[in-house]
Design a protein around this ligand. Structure first.
Ligand SMILES: [Zn+2]
Length: 83
C-alpha cells in the first residue's frame, strides 16, 4: 500500500530509499519519481511538501496532483513504465 506524502518530512528521510508516486488529478496520468532527482535540484533538506509545490503533471501540466510514497515496491496497477 502506498503511504500518504506526509510519511516523509524531508527528502532525506529513509535515506532517500523510497519512491514518490505522482498522480494527476485532472488526467490521471501517473509517474514515479526518485527523490534524488528532486534533491539534485532542491537539496536533501527540502521537505517533501515544499518539493510537491514544484511538481506538475508531466502530461497536461496541471498542478492538481496527488502524491504518495512507496517503499521498495510499486503500487498495484502502476503503469508508468510498461515493459
Ligand atoms: Zn495531467
Amino acid at each position: 500500500m502506498p503511504l500518504p506524502a506526509t510519511s516523509i518530512d524531508k527528502l532525506s528521510d529513509h535515506s532517500g530509499a523510497y519512491v514518490i508516486c505522482v498522480t494527476c488529478a485532472r488526467c490521471q496520468h501517473q509517474r514515479e519519481m526518485d527523490p534524488r532527482s528532486l534533491a539534485n535540484i532542491l537539496g536533501w533538506n527540502t521537505t517533501l511538501k515544499q518539493a510537491c509545490t514544484r511538481l506538475r503533471c508531466s502530461q497536461c501540466q496541471a498542478r492538481q496532483i496527488k502524491v504518495e510514497i512507496a517503499f521498495n515496491r510499486k503500487p498495484r496497477g502502476w503503469k508508468s513504465n510498461p515493459s
